[in-house]
Design a protein around this ligand. Structure first.
Ligand code: HT7
Ligand code: ZN
Length: 878
């Protein structure tokens, strides 16, 4: 496979002004007729020939204006079609045949259960017809879909429905016209026997927009939350960004087989069922939150992605990072801002930092790629969002909004670059972002070490920061430039936040944004009346690994006194990390250990203070995950982390048993289920309480858990009880554990998304023998090896969330994963490539495991027909 470089970008030689597509649907022989109005691009070097992208297509007919082309006029290659001589303006008609029923890659046009649907981002349109399948070619699309009326009563595409016709032999057609020019990756088609839930939204300028959610008939009762989320998102985008919806109709379709979460096709979003369907009985609070966030995310793309799109795929974070920032803020406004921030930062620190420290590390704006599908990463999405958040922090909300207004206005209908976004932010603020741009061009997570020095005499507090960025595949750390880092700071005194006076500031305040730009830099606060504990990177103001030599008592002060919820959580997590490391050290030496008393006291304080937000108590009492701990030291001591974490958990469980029981009872509610911040908070604390209680359950606790499992009126409580039973290794609960799994399946076997939950709880079960159980799950009737959600629920959960079993010292977990990847490599390369993640991190483990993991990577590499997707990741990892 070849590498594509950002530096080689050239504008397209031709533009396609209008695109007319006609689909004659058939499982193995769908005919696609495209009529393209092409013109030479005045901004590009002239070209006599036209090369179109195309993949897995059967070319039936080609016509230039009125002339049928013969084999001598063009050349078909594996992934392209070149017409040797074309004029400056012409109409090209092309007929191809494709086979949706056998398309298992889930890119292009494919069949999912009984329906046909498309996925064109990033480069799937070329599997539909020959085209300039690149995001800087924007065209006005008209689409006619013809199909059997009984099989496909619903025929959808982008834009507005402009005609429908009854045809002979039970066929019918629908023609859709999208007035907004768009790149091919935003094209969509759906055909099937679907039911619809309908609503409407009146926009800020008074226009009526029809809203439709299409689902299979069995899912009609799971659309209400998505519809409410969509309307909230439409309103929020008007209020917060001044963005109004532009078509008369907005449609969402729920599809079972989908490689990612959802897709923002213009006016016709296609969703993985897991990201749109929600009902209290079948969906957890986390599921509800996901639906709310993803519905909003895709909707927000209508402006950040569709109206203003990307010039090329190196600019992917322009739309994804910005849109994630927008959806994060939306979710914060809909629920609890602090909880959302803690959750997002957990993803950053656990998963994105790991990516940034591994062999696939890449800048937010990559400089090269082989397969763009491999770059839909946490770095592009989540780190990209953090970079946008830093503009927001540096500019403040008003200037940031002016910057986004300018960006949208200036580039509406265009394909833009990250540079354009920065230019808009710079222009409205008059600020210089030349150093800030390293956030886009340099990979890796910067490390910021800080030290404080209090001078009691002068009443000054100096904060000295040092930053560096470690080596990453594309650059040595020593060659990297210092970043422009916003550091949100407060100083904590004994009785709360101290007023801050920096040399440069007249007005004292309690929080400042320091701007770190040098490799080493000192900031001095004046008039500091007592020795403070600094609260740094409040709200996680920059995506860095920060370190400050806190004493444990300092951390305790932050957990109890800081006004920033994220800082309180973070300090508590640092205390827990220290406690777990202490136990690891003792276990290593086979010594006695004692639970860190400060951590225990902090937990007790959290459990007894009823004034606290239950959601924050839940988060702060949840120990850092195995994955989080794994990111803190190399080599990763898989078993030791697992043992120490469990030991700390057991100690807290035992020493706070009565408190946990009281908390559990306090969280019980008789109210009907509602998805709102308060109720979600109570359920989250109840779940954590149950987890602790079930570490060593009494008869009474076991009965409570079983009661919750049987009587819950919602999936959050029901699945929490099931997980607590499955995670419980006490002999007392042995029967209940087995029964719960069997009963849960019996209750929910007809609900695919609930079955996924059931599969993942088992795949994550860390008790010995997991691989055997996982292999049995793959043979279970509920498993479907062609469905990405099922693959993720079993294979991905086992390999990413069951460390002790996946990393079994005999290497069996690695062989299992490689086997799965080799099968999927042929069937669905995107999913195969994503599964590689845990193997690529081999360098973080001990020498023995390194060898075993590498062996499997090499085995995969030696497969003769390796997809581009898998090849790129394996080659970069080795
Ligand atoms: N923009 C969408 C990306 C996407 C995608 C990419 C590759 C392969 C399949 C895919 N499905 C959707 C999703 C989003 O970020 O909104
Ligand atoms: Zn997106």
């Amino acid at each position: 496979p070849t590498t594509i470089y950002l530096k080689d970008y050239l504008p397209p030689a031709f533009l396609i002004e209008k695109t007319h597509l006609t689909f004659q649907l058939d499982p193995e022989k769908t005919t696609v007729t495209s009529v393209l109005q092409c013109v030479a691009n005045p901004k590009a070097a002239p070209s006599q020939s036209l090369t179109l992208h195309g993949q897995d297509l059967k070319l039936v007919r080609l016509q230039l204006n009125n002339k049928a082309l013969t084999a001598a006029d063009y050349c078909v290659e594996e992934e392209s079609l070149t017409i040797h001589a074309v004029p400056d303006a012409f109409t090209l008609t092309c007929v191809t045949e494709i086979s949706p029923a056998t398309n298992s890659s889930l890119e292009g046009l494919y069949k999912s259960r009984t329906m046909y649907c498309t996925q064109c981002e990033a480069e799937g349109f070329r599997k539909i017809t020959y085209y300039l399948d690149r995001p800087d070619v924007l065209s006005e699309f008209t689409t006619t879909v013809i199909g059997d009326k009984q099989q496909f009563p619903v025929l959808l595409s982008n834009g507005n429905l402009v005609a429908s016709e009854q045809l002979e032999n039970g066929f019918h057609s629908a023609t859709w016209h999208d007035p907004f020019k768009k790149p091919a990756y935003l094209f969509a088609l759906v055909a099937g026997d679907l039911q619809v839930v309908e609503d409407n939204f009146i926009t800020c300028s008074g226009r009526n927009v029809v809203l439709k959610i299409f689902v299979e008939p069995k899912d009609l009762d799971k659309c209400e939350h998505a519809m409410a989320s969509l309307k909230n998102a439409m309103k929020w985008d008007e209020e917060v960004y001044g963005r109004e919806y532009d078509l008369d109709i907005f449609m969402i379709v729920a599809v079972d087989d989908f490689n990612m979460g959802a897709m923002e096709n213009k006016g016709l979003n296609i969703f993985n069922t897991s990201c749109v369907l929600a009902n209290p009985k079948t969906t957890t609070d986390a599921g509800f939150a996901r639906v709310e966030g993803v519905v909003a995310h895709e909707y927000f793309h209508n402006w950040s992605g569709n109206r203003v799109t990307c010039r090329d795929w190196f600019q992917l974070s322009l739309k994804e990072g910005f849109t994630v920032f927008r959806d994060e803020e939306f979710s914060s406004d809909m629920g609890s801002r602090t909880v959302k921030r803690v959750e997002d930062v957990n993803v950053m620190r656990t998963l994105q930092f790991a990516e940034d420290g591994g062999p696939m590390a890449h800048p937010v704006q990559p400089a090269s790629f082989m397969e763009i599908s491999n770059f839909y990463t946490l770095t592009i999405y989540e780190k990209g969002a953090e970079v946008v958040r830093m503009y927001h922090t540096l500019l403040g909300p008003e200037l940031f909004r002016q910057g986004s207004d300018l960006y949208f206005e200036r580039h509406d209908g265009e394909a833009a670059t990250i540079e354009d976004f920065t230019a808009a932010m710079a222009e409205v603020s008059g600020r210089d972002f030349s150093q800030f741009k390293y956030w886009y061009s340099q990979a890796g997570t910067p490390v910021v070490k800080a030290e404080g020095d209090y001078c009691a005499q002068a009443k000054t507090f100096s904060l000295t920061f040092e930053q560096y960025c470690p080596d990453t595949p594309e650059a040595k750390g020593s060659d990297k430039k210092p970043y422009h880092i916003p550091v949100n700071v407060s100083l904590l005194g004994k009785a709360g936040l101290l007023p801050l006076t920096l040399d440069s500031q007249a007005q004292p305040q309690t929080e400042v944004v320091l701007e770190l730009t040098e490799a080493q830099q000192t900031f001095v606060f004046n008039d500091v009346q007592e020795e403070p504990v600094p609260s740094l990177f409040r709200g996680f103001s920059a995506p860095v690994k920060s370190a400050y030599p806190y004493k444990k008592a300092d951390l305790l002060r932050i957990t109890t006194q800081d006004s920033d919820g994220f800082a309180r959580f973070d300090a508590m997590q640092q205390l827990a990390v220290v406690a777990i490391f202490d136990v690891m050290a003792a276990l290593r030496k086979q010594e006695e250990w004692q639970l860190e008393p400060l951590l225990l006291n902090a937990v007790k304080e959290l459990l007894t203070n009823e004034a606290l937000d239950p959601a924050m108590v839940a988060l702060m009492c949840t120990l850092p995950s195995q994955a989080y701990m794994s990111g803190l030291a190399t080599p990763i001591e898989v078993e030791l982390i697992h043992q120490a974490r469990n030991a700390v958990k057991a100690a807290i469980a035992e020493q706070c048993f009565d408190l946990w029981l009281a908390v559990y009872n306090r969280c019980l509610s008789t109210k009907a289920y509602a998805f709102n911040a308060n109720d979600v908070a109570l359920r989250s604390l109840k779940k954590v309480a149950l987890e602790y209680l079930m570490v060593k359950p009494t008869e009474e606790v076991l009965a409570l858990c079983v009661k919750q499992f049987n009587n819950a009126d919602n999936m959050t409580d029901e699945s929490a009880a099931m997980s607590a039973l499955v995670d419980c290794t006490a002999p007392l609960a042995a029967k209940e554990r087995v029964d719960a799994l069997a009963q849960f399946y019996e209750r929910w076997k007809d609900e695919a998304l609930v079955v996924n939950l059931w599969l993942s709880v088992q795949a994550a079960d860390s008790t010995p023998g997991a691989l055997k159980r996982v292999e049995a799950l793959l043979k279970h009737p509920a498993y479907d090896s062609a469905n990405p959600n099922k693959i993720r629920s079993v294979v991905s959960v086992f390999c990413n969330q069951n460390a002790v079993n996946f990393h079994a010292i005999d290497g069996s977990g690695y062989v299992f994963l490689a086997d799965q990847i080799l099968v999927l490599n042929k069937q669905n390369p995107q999913i195969a490539s994503r599964l590689l993640g845990p193997l690529t991190k081999w360098q973080k483990y001990d020498v023995n495991r390194q060898g075993l993991m590498r062996e499997q990577l090499l085995r995969i590499q030696s497969e003769p027909a390796l997809s581009k997707d898998v090849y790129e990741v394996v080659a970069k990892s080795l």
